[in-house]
Design a protein around this ligand. Structure first.
Ligand code: GLU
Length: 280
């Protein structure tokens, strides 16, 4: 399999130094290994994605001196693929429809159980309200994975991490997945798929062998590896890199215009300056 990395930004704001680091790292790793570097536009959230941000991604990456292989993959071109993946999981009997609102989850969480974690990589851990209800599709606001049912079908599963913080082999455990991840959302009515389902489908479709991304996504990787195992897809190697932070130690956000690549460009910085700023 050809060594293949990808950079997958969402076109919902300007790329900042953290994105530049991620893109440069994934690009350099691919080139150093004679492999492919792919660009994917994660425009799953159509309510926040904008064409001008997408254009700016192309401009910023080209200015940084990055070239990518093959056509750009856009998530919005693959909603039907995600629906098929969801149908597969449904047919396996591993999903349930859910009608809980955010408010319902807050209310359920108002009486916390001691020693039970409230939040997982996907936000609030689902209390399981709709799991036994067998709701009709039409009544639901989202489809969730039944984690307790999924684990025996998916495990054993493991992944190899090469990033600085968590390097090593990580084995998924059913207890951990049910207690600290729970019944994650696979698809919302307002959106074609969840982030988890879409990246698993996309990485497999593009034959990505090495996922390079920020360590803020490390906790989500267990969900991706579990889905890969359920769907019979290969598990790539993972490298979660350190986050680029501002002077106060806060990680950069999309709204951090001061550290937008476009701002550095406008101020006369060179691509070499950017590499230096992110420590490459
Ligand atoms: N699109 C995601 C983001 O912008 C990254 C996808 C991934 O690396 O899994 O944070």
């Amino acid at each position: 399999m050809t060594f293949t990395t990808r950079f997958a930004p969402s076109p919902t704001g300007p790329l900042h130094l953290g994105h530049a680091y991620s893109a440069l790292l994934a690009h350099d790793m691919a080139r150093d290994n004679g492999g492919r570097f792919l660009l994917r536009i994660d425009d799953l959230d159509q309510s926040r994605s904008r064409p001008h941000w997408e254009q700016q991604i192309y401009d910023d990456l080209a200015w940084l001196g990055l070239t990518w292989d093959g056509p750009v993959r856009r998530q919005s071109d693959h909603f039907a693929d995600y629906a098929r993946v969801l149908d597969t999981l449904r047919a396996m009997g591993l999903t349930f429809e859910c009608q809980c609102t955010r408010r319902d989850l807050e209310t359920a969480a108002a009486a916390p159980q001691e020693g039970v974690p409230a939040f997982g990589p996907d936000g609030r851990i689902y209390p399981g309200t709709c799991r036994p209800l067998a709701l009709a599709d039409s009544a639901a606001t989202c489809t969730r994975l039944n984690m307790a049912a999924a684990c025996p079908r998916a495990l054993p599963a493991q992944f190899t991490e090469t990033g600085p913080r968590h390097a090593g082999t990580h084995r998924l455990s059913a207890d951990d997945m049910t207690a600290t991840v729970g019944d994650v959302i696979l698809s919302r009515r307002a959106m074609a798929a969840s982030y988890h389902l879409s990246v698993v489908a996309d990485d497999a479709a593009s034959a990505v062998t090495h996922v390079i991304r920020g360590e803020d996504l490390f906790d989500a990787t267990r969900i991706h590896v579990l889905l890969q195992s359920l769907l019979g897809l290969p598990t790539p190697r993972y490298h979660h890199h350190r986050l680029i932070r501002d002077e106060a130690g806060k990680r950069l956000a999309k709204r951090d215009d001061a550290r937008a690549i476009a701002t550095y460009r406008a101020d006369g910085a060179s691509p070499q300056d950017i590499r230096r700023l992110v420590g490459l």
